[in-house]
Design a protein around this ligand. Structure first.
Ligand code: ADP
Length: 377
Protein backbone atom coordinates (compact mmCIF):
# COMPACT_ATOMS: atom_id res chain seq x y z
CA UNK A 1 0.00 0.00 0.00
CA UNK A 2 1.20 3.52 -0.79
CA UNK A 3 2.39 5.74 2.06
CA UNK A 4 0.53 9.01 2.51
CA UNK A 5 2.23 12.04 4.06
CA UNK A 6 0.08 14.79 5.58
CA UNK A 7 1.43 18.30 6.15
CA UNK A 8 -0.22 19.36 9.38
CA UNK A 9 -1.25 17.34 12.41
CA UNK A 10 -4.15 19.39 13.75
CA UNK A 11 -7.73 18.19 14.11
CA UNK A 12 -8.22 17.79 10.36
CA UNK A 13 -5.08 15.65 10.21
CA UNK A 14 -6.36 13.60 13.14
CA UNK A 15 -9.67 12.94 11.40
CA UNK A 16 -7.83 12.02 8.18
CA UNK A 17 -5.82 9.45 10.19
CA UNK A 18 -9.05 8.04 11.64
CA UNK A 19 -10.53 7.70 8.13
CA UNK A 20 -7.34 6.03 6.85
CA UNK A 21 -7.41 3.27 9.46
CA UNK A 22 -10.27 1.15 7.98
CA UNK A 23 -8.44 1.15 4.62
CA UNK A 24 -5.22 0.19 6.42
CA UNK A 25 -3.35 3.11 4.85
CA UNK A 26 0.07 4.06 6.17
CA UNK A 27 0.13 7.69 7.28
CA UNK A 28 3.04 10.00 8.14
CA UNK A 29 2.39 13.42 9.64
CA UNK A 30 4.56 16.56 9.81
CA UNK A 31 3.86 19.16 12.47
CA UNK A 32 5.61 21.15 15.15
CA UNK A 33 5.62 18.68 18.05
CA UNK A 34 4.05 15.46 19.25
CA UNK A 35 1.42 17.20 21.35
CA UNK A 36 -0.50 17.80 18.09
CA UNK A 37 -3.89 16.04 17.73
CA UNK A 38 -2.76 13.64 14.97
CA UNK A 39 0.59 12.71 16.50
CA UNK A 40 -0.38 9.47 18.18
CA UNK A 41 -2.82 8.27 15.50
CA UNK A 42 -0.37 8.13 12.60
CA UNK A 43 2.28 5.52 11.81
CA UNK A 44 5.15 8.01 11.65
CA UNK A 45 5.16 11.45 13.24
CA UNK A 46 7.87 13.89 12.19
CA UNK A 47 8.47 17.04 14.22
CA UNK A 48 9.16 20.02 11.95
CA UNK A 49 7.80 23.15 10.37
CA UNK A 50 5.53 22.72 7.34
CA UNK A 51 6.48 26.26 6.26
CA UNK A 52 10.18 25.41 6.13
CA UNK A 53 11.60 24.26 2.76
CA UNK A 54 14.02 21.66 4.17
CA UNK A 55 11.54 20.21 6.66
CA UNK A 56 8.89 19.73 3.94
CA UNK A 57 11.40 18.42 1.39
CA UNK A 58 12.88 15.88 3.83
CA UNK A 59 9.44 14.81 5.05
CA UNK A 60 8.39 14.26 1.42
CA UNK A 61 10.99 11.48 1.07
CA UNK A 62 8.99 9.33 3.52
CA UNK A 63 5.78 9.21 1.45
CA UNK A 64 4.55 8.28 -2.04
CA UNK A 65 1.61 10.68 -1.94
CA UNK A 66 1.54 14.01 -0.12
CA UNK A 67 -1.46 16.00 0.98
CA UNK A 68 -2.30 18.81 3.39
CA UNK A 69 -4.69 19.62 6.21
CA UNK A 70 -3.76 23.33 6.21
CA UNK A 71 -3.02 25.45 3.14
CA UNK A 72 -0.20 27.58 4.55
CA UNK A 73 2.67 25.22 3.76
CA UNK A 74 5.91 25.57 1.82
CA UNK A 75 4.90 25.14 -1.82
CA UNK A 76 8.47 25.59 -3.18
CA UNK A 77 9.49 22.31 -1.52
CA UNK A 78 6.31 20.64 -2.79
CA UNK A 79 7.03 21.80 -6.35
CA UNK A 80 10.52 20.29 -6.13
CA UNK A 81 9.10 17.02 -4.78
CA UNK A 82 6.50 16.99 -7.56
CA UNK A 83 9.26 17.44 -10.19
CA UNK A 84 11.05 14.48 -8.62
CA UNK A 85 8.00 12.30 -9.15
CA UNK A 86 5.97 12.54 -5.94
CA UNK A 87 2.24 12.55 -6.28
CA UNK A 88 0.98 15.70 -4.55
CA UNK A 89 -2.67 16.66 -4.00
CA UNK A 90 -3.61 19.47 -4.13
CA UNK A 91 -1.06 20.21 -6.90
CA UNK A 92 1.46 22.72 -5.45
CA UNK A 93 1.08 25.27 -8.28
CA UNK A 94 -2.69 25.36 -7.63
CA UNK A 95 -2.17 25.49 -3.88
CA UNK A 96 0.08 28.55 -4.40
CA UNK A 97 -2.83 30.31 -6.14
CA UNK A 98 -5.29 29.41 -3.39
CA UNK A 99 -2.86 30.47 -0.60
CA UNK A 100 -3.00 34.04 -1.92
CA UNK A 101 -6.49 35.53 -1.74
CA UNK A 102 -5.56 37.97 -4.52
CA UNK A 103 -4.45 35.24 -6.94
CA UNK A 104 -7.48 33.19 -5.93
CA UNK A 105 -9.87 36.02 -6.81
CA UNK A 106 -8.03 36.57 -10.11
CA UNK A 107 -8.39 32.87 -10.89
CA UNK A 108 -12.15 33.01 -10.24
CA UNK A 109 -12.50 36.14 -12.39
CA UNK A 110 -10.39 34.62 -15.18
CA UNK A 111 -12.62 31.53 -15.25
CA UNK A 112 -15.76 33.69 -15.18
CA UNK A 113 -16.82 32.17 -11.88
CA UNK A 114 -19.12 34.50 -9.93
CA UNK A 115 -17.43 36.37 -7.08
CA UNK A 116 -17.71 39.87 -5.64
CA UNK A 117 -15.93 42.61 -7.58
CA UNK A 118 -12.46 43.41 -6.21
CA UNK A 119 -9.17 45.27 -6.58
CA UNK A 120 -5.66 44.48 -5.30
CA UNK A 121 -3.61 46.94 -3.19
CA UNK A 122 -0.06 46.87 -1.80
CA UNK A 123 -0.60 48.83 1.42
CA UNK A 124 -3.14 50.78 3.51
CA UNK A 125 -1.92 54.09 2.05
CA UNK A 126 -2.82 52.97 -1.48
CA UNK A 127 -6.33 52.08 -0.31
CA UNK A 128 -6.71 55.50 1.35
CA UNK A 129 -5.61 57.17 -1.89
CA UNK A 130 -8.14 55.11 -3.87
CA UNK A 131 -10.87 56.20 -1.42
CA UNK A 132 -9.85 59.86 -1.88
CA UNK A 133 -9.90 59.44 -5.65
CA UNK A 134 -13.35 57.80 -5.33
CA UNK A 135 -12.11 54.60 -6.94
CA UNK A 136 -13.43 52.66 -3.93
CA UNK A 137 -16.86 53.22 -2.36
CA UNK A 138 -17.99 52.38 1.20
CA UNK A 139 -18.86 49.84 2.44
CA UNK A 140 -16.12 47.41 1.42
CA UNK A 141 -14.22 44.44 2.81
CA UNK A 142 -10.44 44.37 3.09
CA UNK A 143 -8.68 40.98 3.24
CA UNK A 144 -4.96 40.39 3.66
CA UNK A 145 -3.79 38.35 0.68
CA UNK A 146 -1.92 35.87 2.89
CA UNK A 147 -1.83 34.76 6.49
CA UNK A 148 -5.52 35.27 7.42
CA UNK A 149 -7.70 32.52 8.88
CA UNK A 150 -11.03 32.15 10.70
CA UNK A 151 -11.96 35.76 10.01
CA UNK A 152 -8.57 37.16 11.12
CA UNK A 153 -7.11 39.31 8.38
CA UNK A 154 -10.60 40.45 7.31
CA UNK A 155 -11.93 43.96 8.05
CA UNK A 156 -15.28 45.43 7.10
CA UNK A 157 -14.88 49.14 6.33
CA UNK A 158 -18.34 50.70 6.47
CA UNK A 159 -17.52 54.40 6.45
CA UNK A 160 -14.74 56.98 6.87
CA UNK A 161 -14.85 56.28 10.61
CA UNK A 162 -13.54 52.74 9.96
CA UNK A 163 -10.56 53.79 7.84
CA UNK A 164 -8.25 53.57 10.85
CA UNK A 165 -9.03 49.81 10.95
CA UNK A 166 -7.34 49.30 7.56
CA UNK A 167 -4.62 46.67 7.79
CA UNK A 168 -1.24 47.46 6.26
CA UNK A 169 -0.03 44.91 3.74
CA UNK A 170 -0.89 43.46 0.34
CA UNK A 171 -4.65 42.98 0.32
CA UNK A 172 -7.81 42.40 -1.63
CA UNK A 173 -10.49 45.06 -1.39
CA UNK A 174 -13.85 43.66 -2.39
CA UNK A 175 -17.41 44.85 -2.61
CA UNK A 176 -19.42 44.22 0.51
CA UNK A 177 -22.07 41.64 -0.31
CA UNK A 178 -25.57 41.78 1.15
CA UNK A 179 -25.59 38.26 2.44
CA UNK A 180 -28.84 36.36 2.99
CA UNK A 181 -27.06 33.13 3.90
CA UNK A 182 -23.55 31.70 3.92
CA UNK A 183 -23.31 28.17 2.59
CA UNK A 184 -20.53 25.75 1.72
CA UNK A 185 -20.33 22.90 -0.74
CA UNK A 186 -17.49 20.40 -0.53
CA UNK A 187 -16.57 18.88 -3.86
CA UNK A 188 -14.18 16.02 -4.49
CA UNK A 189 -12.43 14.90 -7.66
CA UNK A 190 -10.14 11.98 -8.50
CA UNK A 191 -7.54 11.64 -11.22
CA UNK A 192 -10.02 9.79 -13.46
CA UNK A 193 -12.09 12.98 -13.46
CA UNK A 194 -14.96 11.68 -11.33
CA UNK A 195 -16.53 14.51 -9.26
CA UNK A 196 -18.96 14.33 -6.33
CA UNK A 197 -20.38 17.12 -4.15
CA UNK A 198 -21.67 16.88 -0.60
CA UNK A 199 -25.04 18.58 -0.01
CA UNK A 200 -24.76 22.30 0.78
CA UNK A 201 -24.41 23.24 4.44
CA UNK A 202 -25.74 26.40 6.01
CA UNK A 203 -23.45 28.37 8.32
CA UNK A 204 -24.43 30.55 11.23
CA UNK A 205 -21.66 32.68 12.68
CA UNK A 206 -20.81 33.54 16.26
CA UNK A 207 -21.58 37.26 16.58
CA UNK A 208 -18.19 38.31 18.00
CA UNK A 209 -15.66 35.54 17.29
CA UNK A 210 -16.47 35.45 13.54
CA UNK A 211 -16.28 31.64 13.71
CA UNK A 212 -18.98 29.30 12.46
CA UNK A 213 -21.21 28.55 15.42
CA UNK A 214 -23.91 26.29 13.97
CA UNK A 215 -23.77 24.43 10.74
CA UNK A 216 -26.87 22.71 9.40
CA UNK A 217 -27.18 20.17 6.62
CA UNK A 218 -29.19 20.11 4.44
CA UNK A 219 -29.17 23.92 4.09
CA UNK A 220 -32.57 25.61 4.08
CA UNK A 221 -32.38 26.61 0.42
CA UNK A 222 -34.51 25.75 -2.61
CA UNK A 223 -33.70 22.77 -4.83
CA UNK A 224 -32.77 25.22 -7.59
CA UNK A 225 -30.20 27.05 -5.43
CA UNK A 226 -28.87 23.70 -4.15
CA UNK A 227 -28.35 22.48 -7.73
CA UNK A 228 -26.74 25.80 -8.70
CA UNK A 229 -24.39 25.66 -5.70
CA UNK A 230 -23.32 22.11 -6.55
CA UNK A 231 -22.82 23.05 -10.19
CA UNK A 232 -20.65 26.02 -9.16
CA UNK A 233 -18.55 23.86 -6.82
CA UNK A 234 -18.08 21.39 -9.70
CA UNK A 235 -16.97 24.19 -12.05
CA UNK A 236 -14.53 25.52 -9.45
CA UNK A 237 -12.85 22.16 -8.79
CA UNK A 238 -12.63 21.62 -12.58
CA UNK A 239 -11.12 25.08 -13.08
CA UNK A 240 -8.33 24.21 -10.64
CA UNK A 241 -8.03 20.65 -11.93
CA UNK A 242 -7.55 19.42 -8.37
CA UNK A 243 -7.69 15.93 -6.90
CA UNK A 244 -9.08 15.46 -3.39
CA UNK A 245 -11.44 17.82 -1.63
CA UNK A 246 -12.19 21.44 -2.44
CA UNK A 247 -14.44 23.27 0.02
CA UNK A 248 -16.25 26.11 -1.71
CA UNK A 249 -17.66 28.84 0.54
CA UNK A 250 -20.53 30.72 -1.07
CA UNK A 251 -22.67 33.75 -0.30
CA UNK A 252 -26.35 33.58 -1.18
CA UNK A 253 -27.15 37.25 -1.74
CA UNK A 254 -30.37 39.04 -0.85
CA UNK A 255 -31.05 39.00 -4.63
CA UNK A 256 -30.87 35.19 -4.59
CA UNK A 257 -27.59 35.12 -6.44
CA UNK A 258 -24.68 32.84 -5.53
CA UNK A 259 -21.18 34.33 -5.25
CA UNK A 260 -18.01 32.38 -4.42
CA UNK A 261 -16.33 33.76 -1.31
CA UNK A 262 -13.28 31.54 -1.07
CA UNK A 263 -12.08 27.99 -1.49
CA UNK A 264 -9.96 25.57 0.55
CA UNK A 265 -8.35 22.49 -1.05
CA UNK A 266 -8.58 20.20 1.98
CA UNK A 267 -11.05 18.80 4.53
CA UNK A 268 -13.09 21.65 5.95
CA UNK A 269 -14.86 22.62 9.15
CA UNK A 270 -18.15 22.71 7.23
CA UNK A 271 -17.79 19.00 6.41
CA UNK A 272 -17.35 17.63 9.94
CA UNK A 273 -20.96 16.50 10.08
CA UNK A 274 -20.32 14.05 7.19
CA UNK A 275 -18.60 11.66 9.64
CA UNK A 276 -21.91 11.07 11.39
CA UNK A 277 -24.53 11.99 8.80
CA UNK A 278 -23.37 10.94 5.31
CA UNK A 279 -22.72 7.61 3.56
CA UNK A 280 -19.08 8.69 3.17
CA UNK A 281 -17.20 11.15 5.38
CA UNK A 282 -15.29 14.05 3.81
CA UNK A 283 -12.07 12.55 5.20
CA UNK A 284 -12.56 9.17 3.54
CA UNK A 285 -13.62 11.01 0.37
CA UNK A 286 -10.39 13.03 0.37
CA UNK A 287 -8.35 9.82 0.65
CA UNK A 288 -10.35 8.25 -2.20
CA UNK A 289 -9.81 11.40 -4.27
CA UNK A 290 -6.04 11.56 -3.82
CA UNK A 291 -5.61 7.77 -4.32
CA UNK A 292 -7.74 7.78 -7.50
CA UNK A 293 -10.24 5.35 -5.95
CA UNK A 294 -13.97 5.52 -6.81
CA UNK A 295 -15.58 8.38 -4.89
CA UNK A 296 -18.11 7.45 -2.22
CA UNK A 297 -21.78 8.38 -2.20
CA UNK A 298 -22.35 11.82 -0.67
CA UNK A 299 -25.97 11.05 0.25
CA UNK A 300 -27.13 11.94 3.74
CA UNK A 301 -28.25 9.33 6.26
CA UNK A 302 -30.01 11.99 8.32
CA UNK A 303 -30.26 15.74 8.82
CA UNK A 304 -27.54 17.11 11.10
CA UNK A 305 -26.36 20.14 13.01
CA UNK A 306 -22.72 20.74 13.92
CA UNK A 307 -21.46 23.05 16.65
CA UNK A 308 -17.85 24.02 17.21
CA UNK A 309 -16.73 23.54 20.79
CA UNK A 310 -14.78 26.70 21.49
CA UNK A 311 -12.70 27.48 24.53
CA UNK A 312 -14.89 29.45 26.93
CA UNK A 313 -13.92 33.06 27.55
CA UNK A 314 -12.12 33.63 30.83
CA UNK A 315 -10.32 30.26 30.68
CA UNK A 316 -6.79 29.69 29.46
CA UNK A 317 -4.46 26.79 30.25
CA UNK A 318 -4.72 23.02 30.56
CA UNK A 319 -8.10 22.03 29.20
CA UNK A 320 -10.95 20.44 31.16
CA UNK A 321 -14.31 19.39 29.75
CA UNK A 322 -17.30 19.80 31.98
CA UNK A 323 -20.64 18.07 31.28
CA UNK A 324 -19.55 15.34 28.85
CA UNK A 325 -21.88 12.74 30.41
CA UNK A 326 -24.84 15.13 30.31
CA UNK A 327 -24.20 15.95 26.66
CA UNK A 328 -23.86 12.27 25.73
CA UNK A 329 -27.24 11.52 27.30
CA UNK A 330 -28.95 13.67 24.63
CA UNK A 331 -30.28 11.77 21.60
CA UNK A 332 -28.17 11.98 18.45
CA UNK A 333 -25.17 13.67 20.06
CA UNK A 334 -21.69 12.70 18.82
CA UNK A 335 -18.80 14.42 20.57
CA UNK A 336 -15.48 14.89 18.75
CA UNK A 337 -12.71 16.28 20.97
CA UNK A 338 -9.52 17.15 19.12
CA UNK A 339 -7.12 16.32 21.93
CA UNK A 340 -5.54 19.78 22.21
CA UNK A 341 -3.85 20.08 25.59
CA UNK A 342 -4.49 23.73 26.30
CA UNK A 343 -7.53 25.93 25.84
CA UNK A 344 -7.92 29.68 25.31
CA UNK A 345 -10.97 31.80 24.53
CA UNK A 346 -12.54 30.86 21.17
CA UNK A 347 -9.90 28.20 20.34
CA UNK A 348 -11.50 25.34 18.38
CA UNK A 349 -11.23 22.43 20.83
CA UNK A 350 -13.72 20.03 19.29
CA UNK A 351 -17.15 19.80 17.75
CA UNK A 352 -20.46 18.12 18.37
CA UNK A 353 -22.53 16.70 15.55
CA UNK A 354 -26.18 16.07 16.34
CA UNK A 355 -28.21 13.91 14.00
CA UNK A 356 -32.00 13.90 14.12
CA UNK A 357 -35.23 13.38 12.18
CA UNK A 358 -35.27 17.07 11.26
CA UNK A 359 -32.92 20.06 11.37
CA UNK A 360 -35.19 21.65 14.00
CA UNK A 361 -34.96 18.61 16.31
CA UNK A 362 -31.20 18.31 15.76
CA UNK A 363 -30.73 22.03 16.44
CA UNK A 364 -32.75 21.83 19.67
CA UNK A 365 -30.62 18.92 20.89
CA UNK A 366 -27.43 20.68 19.73
CA UNK A 367 -28.38 23.76 21.74
CA UNK A 368 -29.02 21.59 24.80
CA UNK A 369 -25.68 19.85 24.36
CA UNK A 370 -23.87 23.16 23.94
CA UNK A 371 -25.44 24.47 27.14
CA UNK A 372 -24.17 21.56 29.23
CA UNK A 373 -20.75 20.93 27.67
CA UNK A 374 -18.17 23.53 28.67
CA UNK A 375 -14.53 23.88 27.66
CA UNK A 376 -12.70 25.31 30.67
CA UNK A 377 -9.35 25.03 32.41
P1 ADP B 1 -11.48 33.57 6.41
O1 ADP B 1 -10.63 33.02 5.33
O2 ADP B 1 -10.70 34.15 7.53
O3 ADP B 1 -12.56 32.61 6.86
P2 ADP B 1 -13.45 34.98 4.79
O4 ADP B 1 -12.99 35.49 3.49
O5 ADP B 1 -14.24 33.69 4.74
O6 ADP B 1 -12.20 34.84 5.77
O7 ADP B 1 -14.30 36.07 5.53
C1 ADP B 1 -14.81 35.87 6.84
C2 ADP B 1 -16.25 36.33 6.92
O8 ADP B 1 -16.35 37.74 6.61
C3 ADP B 1 -17.19 35.66 5.92
O9 ADP B 1 -17.63 34.41 6.39
C4 ADP B 1 -18.31 36.69 5.82
O10 ADP B 1 -19.18 36.59 6.94
C5 ADP B 1 -17.56 38.00 5.90
N1 ADP B 1 -17.24 38.46 4.53
C6 ADP B 1 -16.16 38.13 3.80
N2 ADP B 1 -16.19 38.71 2.59
C7 ADP B 1 -17.31 39.45 2.53
C8 ADP B 1 -17.91 40.28 1.54
N3 ADP B 1 -17.33 40.51 0.35
N4 ADP B 1 -19.09 40.87 1.84
C9 ADP B 1 -19.68 40.67 3.04
N5 ADP B 1 -19.15 39.92 4.02
C10 ADP B 1 -18.00 39.29 3.78
Amino acid sequence: MQKIGILGGGQLGKMLCLAAAPLDLQICVLDKDDSMPAANLCHTFVAGDFNNYDDVYNFGQLADILTIEIEHVNTAALLKLQKEGKNIHPAPEKLAIIQDKGLQKQHLRHHQLPTSDFGLFDCAEDIKNAIREKKIQYPFVQKLRTGGYDGKGVEVIRSAADVEKLMDGPSVVEDMVEIAMEIAVIACRNESGEIACFPAVEMEFHPTANLVEFLACPARISGIIEAEAESLATSVIESFDLCGLLAVELFLTKDNELLINEVAPRPHNSGHHTIDSCYTSQFQQHLRGILNLPLGSTKMKSPSVMINLLGESGYSGEVKYDGIADALSIEGVNIHLYGKQTTKPFRKMGHITVVGESIEKAKENAENAKNVLRVIS
